[in-house]
Write a protein of this length. Structure first.
Lengths: 490, 83
């Protein structure tokens, strides 16, 4: 069930209403049942995969906690990690791994007879397996008591607001919440609905409108040169931001209406002054997961290598986090580019600090933000492209002119009687869609911190008017062929 | 070594590694209190502390610290182990 669908609206209203009408002791089973229903809406038989990892991790948690001695604890932890990563490897990476085997075999003059699989990737697999692994790791580290209630543990893995695309939660944040009695509050309701509506607006109006132009170029970039390529690259940055942060807003809002607090996934990432800061503001739940469970153990293990140990840990972590997104070299390169940037920033910290003191603060700050944004856009070329070849083509043609020496050419050559289009759209739609970006900045400024508090002091009728305007805009300006969220496929 | 001395020594190391002369550690200081203290500089701090005091921490110890106070305690135990 997609968040941006009428079916989800009905589902959400029914589940939330039931949640507050039934006695507290039945609420976990309602949420678990609803989450199963939500998940099985995609491909019902895949619930067996979820059931498998839930059963393994439920018992692993108990066994790790009760085991005597480090070696036995480690054994059960490894059992859990192998089960989770194994499921991921089979359903997500099997064909990719087989591709590499074929490539290597060919180099050596052999044929690869291992068959390919045609299984569809289960929804949310990358997200809930990571959330489950965080549970067993935290139990192993002694930071979390094992959850003895099987239903509540299952709910931790399957909680529908975050099941499909995160935020990837931690047991310390979620398990206790599922044991608490949640009371209805208007504050939670309004805060939650606000987040949901704003998330839907970002996704259905901004992201999906920008996607129309971005997809037009990316589906076949080879006829294009210059400005259309540059625009597709820049617009994709805002598309993916609105798509994913919009999804995260809906997840946070949906949970909040029932009183559950999920972690934030985004913190104004385009304000980042360097790539290191960017990863503290973008997809926070994933990168803090990788930081705590991959980077930290590796960097501790390799600390005798000094700065190069840190670089090694960064490259390993970012490559794997790139690969997490999908079984393609483009995603690995995406990760590597970020690993290289963060490594560069780490190695040159003192040098850059000296530079920052030489330039006026105003200039250095703005320049840093611009450079960081440009670098992120370049890495997203790899993220969005279906092949390395395509990504390299886009990179090479960002600033090239076409065969007629034109850079600014955005339209298809005029066919007899038909008007030319601007990245696939009529001019007014094209211009209007571009205006969504300054509108996004303005709205985020409005919604941030103090401005939000000021908004709350406005008279009720003004606040309601604002909501109605946003809902109307969604209905009028929204793209309603229910485009999938980008992070759905991960 | 006394705990106060340990804290003073750590303060010097933090000031050097994090390149900030204004740092003044207390037992309750955490990474949230110091802008320059992140997962990247953390390992540099650990290495500097191990070098200075000529000891080695285990991975579990390093990952277990919640604040500077706990770092001091682990260090104290390593320097004067209970027989």
């Amino acid at each position: 069930m997609l968040f941006n669908s009428f079916g989800f609206l009905v589902f959400f209203i029914v589940v939330t209403t039931l949640f507050f009408t039934i006695p507290n002791r039945f609420r976990w089973s309602l949420l678990l049942f609803a989450s199963c229903f939500f998940y099985m809406f995609f491909k019902p038989e895949y619930i067996l995969i979820l059931a498998f990892t839930i059963v393994v991790d439920y018992f692993a948690g108990i066994l790790i906690e009760s085991a005597e001695g480090q070696k036995r604890k480690q054994f059960f932890l490894i059992m859990s990690l192998v089960a989770n990563i194994g499921v991921l490897a089979v359903f997500k990476y099997y064909n990719f791994i087989n591709d590499q085997v074929t490539g290597i075999a060919r180099l050596l003059g052999y044929a690869n007879h291992i068959p390919y699989l045609i299984w569809i990737l289960p929804i949310g697999l990358s997200f809930h397996t990571f959330q489950a692994m965080s549970y067993t790791i935290e139990v192993y580290r002694g930071n979390q008591k094992s959850e003895r209630h099987f239903g509540i543990y299952s709910l931790y893995v399957m909680f529908y607001p975050q099941l499909v695309s995160g935020p990837i939660e931690r047991p310390q944040n979620m398990l206790h919440q599922f044991h608490e009695e949640k009371h209805f509050s208007y504050e939670n309701l309004f805060y939650g609905l606000q987040r949901i509506i704003w998330g839907i607006f970002k996704k259905v109006v901004i992201a999906d409108r920008l996607a129309m132009m971005v997809d037009y170029i990316y589906k076949d970039p080879y006829p294009w040169h210059g400005l259309p390529i540059l625009l597709a690259v820049i617009l994709f940055a805002f598309q993916i931001y609105c798509d994913f942060s919009g999804y995260s807003d809906i997840a946070v809002g949906t949970a909040r209406v029932m009183g559950y607090k999920l972690m934030e996934n985004f913190n104004y990432p385009f304000r980042s002054r360097n790539i290191t800061e960017f990863w503290r503001r973008w997809h926070i739940s994933l990168y803090s997961w990788f930081n705590d469970y991959l980077f930290t153990p590796v960097v501790i293990n390799k600390r005798a290598w000094g700065s190069w140990g840190v670089v090694f840990a960064l490259l390993v972590t970012f490559s794997i986090s790139g690969l997490w997104h999908g079984a393609n070299w483009t995603f690995i390169l995406f990760g590597v580019l970020h690993g290289l940037a963060v490594s560069y920033e780490f190695l040159t910290k003192k040098y850059r600090k000296r530079w920052s003191k030489k330039l006026p603060v105003f200039l250095y700050g703005r320049l840093s933000i611009l450079i960081t944004f440009c670098y992120a856009c370049i890495t997203w070329i790899f993220f969005r492209s279906t092949s390395v070849h395509q990504a390299v083509y886009m990179l090479k043609n960002l600033f090239k002119t076409n065969a007629n020496g034109q850079y600014f050419y955005l339209g298809v050559a005029e066919i007899r009687g038909l008007p030319s289009t601007y990245m696939g759209l009529p001019f007014w739609q094209f211009a209007g869609s571009l205006m969504l970006i300054p509108f996004l900045f303005f709205s985020e400024w409005l919604l941030s911190g103090d401005n939000m508090n000021r908004f709350r002091t406005f008279p009720v009728y003004l606040r309601w008017a604002a909501f109605y305007i946003i809902i109307l805009s969604v209905l009028i300006l929204g793209v309603f062929d229910t485009k999938q969220f980008i992070y759905f496929q991960f | 070594m006394q705990v106060e001395n340990i804290l003073q020594e750590l303060n010097l190391i933090f000031r050097d590694i994090l390149d900030n002369d204004k740092i003044s550690l207390s037992r309750t200081t955490t990474a949230d209190d110091l802008e320059e203290w992140d997962s990247l500089t953390h390992i540099q701090l650990v290495v500097a502390i191990e070098k200075k005091f000529k000891i080695k921490f285990t991975a579990a110890e390093i990952q277990g610290w919640k604040n500077v106070g706990e770092m001091c305690d682990t260090l104290q135990n390593k320097l004067s182990p209970k027989t």
